[in-house]
Design a protein around this ligand. Sequence first.
Ligand SMILES: NC(=O)c1ccc[n+]([C@@H]2O[C@H](COP(=O)([O-])OP(=O)(O)OC[C@H]3O[C@@H](n4cnc5c(N)ncnc54)[C@H](O)[C@@H]3O)[C@@H](O)[C@H]2O)c1
Length: 252
Amino acid sequence: MKLTNKATLISGGASGIGRAIAEVFLEAGASVVISDINAPMLEQAVKELSSLGKVQGVVGDVRSMADAAKMVERTVELYGAIDVLVCNAGITSVMPIEQLEEDEWDAVLSTNVKGMYTLIKSAIPHMKAQGGGKIVTLGSEMGIVTVPESPAYCASKGAVIMFTKSIAIDLIRYNIRVNSLCPGITRTPLLQAEVDNSLNPEKTAAEQASWAPIMRVADPHEIAQGALFLASDESSFAVGSCLVLDGGFTAK
Ligand SMILES: NC(=O)c1ccc[n+]([C@@H]2O[C@H](COP(=O)([O-])OP(=O)(O)OC[C@H]3O[C@@H](n4cnc5c(N)ncnc54)[C@H](O)[C@@H]3O)[C@@H](O)[C@H]2O)c1
């Protein structure tokens, strides 16, 4: 699968799955902008990825419409278009409803859901003007089935999947294909944060290791291959779909 010279913006591209997507896309020939809220990590990622192809960084917060617009504008300025948008930035939350504070609820919903709205809203005029584009959102297995003690995260990912379906049927008339990628448990700093911030870190870590029937967690590059498929012409009939790569978790 090739993305030769495809102008691509990947949010949350400094770490984990977003960074692996950047790597795989650069290897497929894409010209990439990665955006992230964490400036030092972004700078480091751009430095390390630059041997693979054209890559630039934009610091910003996807919860802010102004920042999201800046990420999109920079991509267009650098590469003349925005062919592919990957809405990947996200945060996690393992907290039962009785201990879930308003701040955490707001942070998870605004990053994971509003953070996609801002980017997509900013990208649509460009994609329409250029005759089309591809948008990949990051859902999760937890947007499909629930797990204990994760109401904010499950709610946010369920929202991502339905948001994706809803806009997909509206935007296909402009040749903009929107789909979501729904990973299972993947070895990234987000997964470690889930352990560190949970009420019982030891229990959470043990659960992660035996989570899916495949009895291991995914490498981020295995997930990035799904993003490549959805961003490429090979997925030409996929509209509003949800590509689940979860080691069998939701099949149980
Ligand atoms: N790791 C998993 O097991 C897993 C499973 C299913 C879905 N996902 C989803 O995949 C996506 C990436 O997760 P990851 O595991 O690579 O996480 P990660 O923490 O390794 O990376 C997320 C990146 O997003 C950035 N970010 C966070 N908030 C931001 C904001 N407001 N604005 C801009 N950037 C911001 C972070 O700085 C970080 O670089 C998320 O949407 C997550 O929900 C992850």
